[in-house]
Design a protein around this ligand. Structure first.
Ligand code: ATP
Length: 220
C-alpha cells in the first residue's frame, strides 16, 4: 500500500531512506535546513523543501500530522532531533522513527514519543564486528538483545551431504534453519528435515547469540 512519509534531515542516513522509500513507490516529503542538500533531492523525493524543522509553525504549515510516518534523521544536533521528535508527537503524527547518536539520546527520544529509535552506526558496527571475528559468518542481524539471524557458510565436512535431520540441528545446536542459499541463484526457503546440506551452502539460521556463536565455531 502506498504510504506518505516525511524525512527530516538528508544526510547519508536520511538520504538513503528517502531514496529507498521512493523506489518502493511511496510518497516522500524531504526536509532539510541546508539548501544544497534539498536541491540534491528535488528530483528524487515527491517534494523537497528547505526548512528549519525546529520551527513549529513551519512543521504545522507543512501539514506534518497528515503523513503516515515521520523519520527524524537529524544527526549531530541532538537538541534539534529531540525537539522535532517531541513536536511531531504533539502534532499527532501516527508513527515516528528517530535516529539516535548514543544511548542517552535514544532514551530521551523514546521518552518524548518516538515509536522506533534506530542506531544505524552502532548496529552496523555490531554487524561488521561479527563478520570480522568470524570466517564463516557472512551476515548478522540482531533480532533482539538475545536472538539473531545469521548467515553461516558450511565449510566443515562433517556436515556435507547430511540431511538437516541427520545433523539434528534443533537438538544439537538449538538453531532453526530458515533458508539455504546455494550457488549464485538457488534459495531454499523453509527447508524440510530431509533436505541435504552441501559443501559451501549458506545457512540462514535463527537462534540465541550464544548458540549461533557455538555453531559458527564448529565450522573452523
Ligand atoms: P548522516 O550520518 O546521516 O550523514 P549525520 O549524522 O552526519 O548524518 P548531520 O549531517 O548532522 O547528520 O544531519 C543530517 C542532516 O540533517 C543534515 O543535512 C542537516 O542539514 C540536517 N539538519 C540538521 N538540523 C536540522 C534542522 N533543525 N532542520 C532541518 N534539517 C536539519
Amino acid at each position: 500500500m502506498r504510504k506518505s512519509y516525511v524525512v527530516i534531515g538528508l544526510g547519508r542516513f536520511g538520504g538513503s531512506i528517502c531514496r529507498t522509500l521512493m523506489e518502493s513507490d511511496h510518497e516522500v516529503l524531504a526536509i532539510d535546513s541546508c539548501e544544497e542538500r534539498v536541491n540534491e533531492y528535488m528530483n528524487i523525493a515527491t517534494h523537497a523543501v528547505v526548512a528549519n524543522a525546529q520551527d513549529e509553525a513551519t512543521l504545522r504549515s507543512l501539514g506534518l500530522r497528515n503523513f503516515d510516518h515521520v523519520i527524524i534523521a537529524i544527526g549531530e544536533d541532538i537538541q534539534a532531533s529531540i525537539l522535532v521528535t517531541l513536536m511531531a508527537k504533539e502534532m499527532g503524527v501516527p508513527r515516528i522513527t528517530a535516529k539516535a547518536q548514543n544511548e542517552y539520546h535514544a532514551r530521551v527520544l523514546d521518552k518524548v514519543g518516538a515509536d522506533l529509535v534506530v542506531h544505524p552506526e552502532r548496529d552496523m558496527g555490531i554487524r561488521i564486528g561479527h563478520k570480522l571475528t568470524s570466517n564463516n559468518m557472512l551476515d548478522f542481524i540482531e533480532l533482539s538483545d538475545d536472538y539473531s539471524l545469521v548467515e553461516v557458510i558450511v565449510t566443515n565436512k562433517k556436515f556435507y551431504n547430511k540431511t538437516i535431520e541427520e545433523v539434528n540441528f534443533r537438538r544439537h545446536f538449538h538453531l532453526t534453519i530458515v533458508a539455504i542459499r546455494r550457488g549464485k541463484s538457488e534459495l531454499i526457503i523453509s527447508p524440510p528435515a530431509n533436505q541435504l546440506i552441501l559443501e559451501n551452502d549458506i545457512l540462514l539460521v535463527v537462534g540465541t547469540n550464544k548458540d549461533v556463536d557455538y555453531f559458527d565455531g564448529k565450522m573452523n
